[in-house]
Design a protein around this ligand. Structure first.
Ligand code: NAD
Length: 420
C-alpha cells in the first residue's frame, strides 16, 4: 500500500465507488435482512458509499505537509525544514451493527486513501454487509492483503486486533464500555474512538414548534432509534410544553412500524428482542420515578413502538445514559440557562440541537453545549459525510469525515536539509 502513489490510490477508490453505485440495491437488501432498518433507509445508507469513497479519493490526491520556518529560531538559518505525512500502518477498523456499510466505509475509505492496509472487524450481528462491501473493494485491485475482513466475537477478534503491536491505528465505533476497554489494552498506537451518546434537543419558546416536532420525531426514530446521534432528551420551554408534547405525540403515533422490507414501513424492528426488552425496562424505570408514557410503549419481539415519555426525572437511566432505542424523553425547562445546564448533565457529548429564532441564543448554545456537533434549528441527527464528525467527553476521541480521518491515520515526519 505504501508504494502506491496518491493518484493510484485515488483511482482504485474511484473504481470501488462505481462498483458501490452499481450494487446499491444489492447492498441495501443485505442490510435490511441482517440489520432490520427499513428498505428506504437501507437504500439511503448504501447509496452514500460511492460518494463517500469519491471524497476519500479526492483527499488521497492532496495529502500534504508544511514548510517549517526554521529561521524563526536562532541557529535555524540556512536550513530547509518540512513535514511529510506518511501512512501510519495497519488500521484495525472495528464497527457497530447500526450502520453496517456506512461506518465501515468511513474507516476503510480514509485508511486506503492514506495508504494504509486495513483489517475490518464488523459487528457480530452484521458481518454480511461488511463482507459484501469489502468484496467490491477486493475486486478493483488493491494489493493483496491491503483489504481484509475478519468476523468473530468482539472480545476475541476485536480485542486481539486492538492489542496487537503490528496494528498502528485502532479506529473503533461502538459503545463507550467497549471503547474504555480498548484504551486499557491498546498500548502505544493511535486510537480513534466514536462512542455512545445521549443527545439533547432544546425547544425554546420562539421556536417553530411544528418544525421542531417533526424533526424530533425523525431524529428519535430513524433506524428504530439505534443511531448514536438520535434525539433522546427533548428539553422544552415550559410555556410551549403542552402544545409541543401534543404535536410530537401526533407525529410519533403516525409512524408505521413493521416489516422493514415493506416499502411503506417507516420504522423497522430493533436488532434483537433482548434490545427491545432493554428499552422497555429503561422506560418502565422512568415510569416508576414519575415519567408518563404519552404514545407507544408496546413491544412485540424485536419491534418496539415509537414512544414518547413525558416528565422524565433527571435521576433516571432514560435521562442520563444512552437509550439506543425508538423513544424520546421530554422534560420541561424554565430558562435557556437551565436547558444548557441539563444538556451538559451527561457523561456524553456527541450531538445536540436547539430550535430558536434568536441568533444570540443560538450562538450561546453552540459555545456552551459540550457536543462535537451542534445543530441550530435542527435535531442532532444530521450528517453529511465530508464534515468533521466525532464526540467530546465520553463520546470519544478524534474525528471522522475523510479529510479528518486521514489526518488521524497518517503520521507526520519532520525533515531538515542542512546545507553546509
Ligand atoms: P459494541 O460496542 O457492542 O460493538 C462494537 C464493535 O466492537 C463490534 O464489532 C464488537 O464485536 C466489537 N467488540 C466487542 N467487544 C470488544 C472488545 N473487547 N474489544 C474490541 N472490540 C470489541 O457496539 P454495538 O452494540 O455494535 O453498537 C452500538 C453502540 O455504538 C452504541 O453505543 C452507539 O452509540 C455506538 N455508535 C457510535 C457512533 C459514533 O459515531 N459515535 C456511531 C454508531 C454507533
Amino acid at each position: 500500500m505504501r508504494s502506491l502513489s496518491g493518484h493510484e490510490r485515488a483511482e482504485l477508490l474511484e473504481k470501488a465507488a462505481l462498483k458501490c453505485d452499481e450494487a446499491t440495491e444489492y447492498l441495501a437488501g443485505i442490510v435490511v435482512a441482517e440489520q432490520g432498518k427499513t428498505i428506504t433507509e437501507a437504500r439511503g445508507e448504501a447509496g452514500r458509499l460511492g460518494s463517500l469513497l469519491r471524497y476519500c479519493a479526492g483527499e488521497a490526491r492532496r495529502i500534504e505537509g508544511e514548510v517549517l520556518p526554521l529561521d524563526g529560531s536562532p541557529g535555524g538559518e540556512g536550513r530547509l525544514g518540512f513535514t511529510l505525512r506518511q501512512p501510519a500502518g495497519v488500521v484495525a477498523a472495528i464497527t457497530p451493527f447500526n450502520y453496517p456499510l456506512l461506518l465501515v466505509a468511513h474507516k476503510v475509505g480514509p485508511a486506503l486513501a492514506a495508504g494504509n492496509p486495513v483489517i475490518v472487524k464488523p459487528a457480530s450481528y452484521t458481518p454480511l454487509s461488511a463482507f459484501a462491501f469489502m468484496r467490491l473493494l477486493l475486486d478493483v485491485g488493491f494489493p493483496e492483503g491491503a483489504v481484509q475482513c475478519i468476523a468473530g466475537a468482539g472480545g476475541v477478534v476485536g480485542a486481539g486486533l486492538c492489542a496487537d503491536e503490528r496494528v498502528r491505528v485502532v479506529s473503533f465505533t461502538g459503545s463507550a464500555e467497549v471503547g474504555r476497554g480498548i484504551t486499557r489494552i491498546a498500548g502505544v498506537k493511535r486510537l480513534l474512538l466514536e462512542l455512545g451518546a445521549n443527545c439533547p434537543v432544546v425547544v425554546l419558546p420562539d421556536a417553530d414548534l411544528d418544525l421542531a416536532a417533526s424533526v424530533t420525531a425523525k431524529a428519535g426514530t430513524v433506524n428504530a432509534g439505534q443511531v448514536c446521534i438520535s434525539a433522546q432528551r427533548v428539553l422544552v420551554d415550559r410555556r410551549s410544553y403542552p402544545d409541543f408534547l401534543n404535536t410530537l405525540g401526533e407525529h410519533f403515533s403516525r409512524i408505521r412500524a413493521g416489516d422493514p422490507s415493506d416499502e411503506n414501513t417507516e420504522m423497522g424492528p430493533m436488532i434483537s428482542p433482548a434490545e427491545a426488552d432493554r428499552v422497555r425496562d429503561v422506560i418502565a424505570q422512568a415510569e416508576t420515578m414519575g415519567a408518563k408514557v404519552v404514545v407507544g410503549g408496546e413491544v412485540n419481539g424485536s419491534l418496539h413502538q415509537a414512544t414518547v415519555v413525558a416528565d422524565v426525572p433527571e435521576n433516571t437511566t432514560l435521562f442520563s445514559d444512552e437509550l439506543f432505542g425508538p423513544a424520546v424523553g421530554v422534560v420541561p425547562v424554565d430558562s435557556v440557562e437551565e436547558a444548557i445546564s441539563l444538556c451538559n448533565r451527561t457523561s456524553y457529548g456527541l450531538g445536540a440541537g436547539v430550535f430558536t429564532r434568536d441568533i444570540a441564543t443560538a450562538v450561546r448554545f453552540a459555545r456552551q453545549v459540550d457536543a462535537g456537533n451542534v445543530h441550530i434549528n435542527w435535531g442532532p441527527l444530521w450528517r453529511v459525510d465530508p464534515m468533521p464528525y466525532g464526540g467530546l467527553k465520553g463520546s470519544g476521541i478524534g474525528k471522522e469525515g475523510p479529510k479528518y480521518a486521514i489526518e488521524e491515520m497518517t503520521e507526520s515526519k519532520t525533515v531538515v536539509i542542512h546545507t553546509g
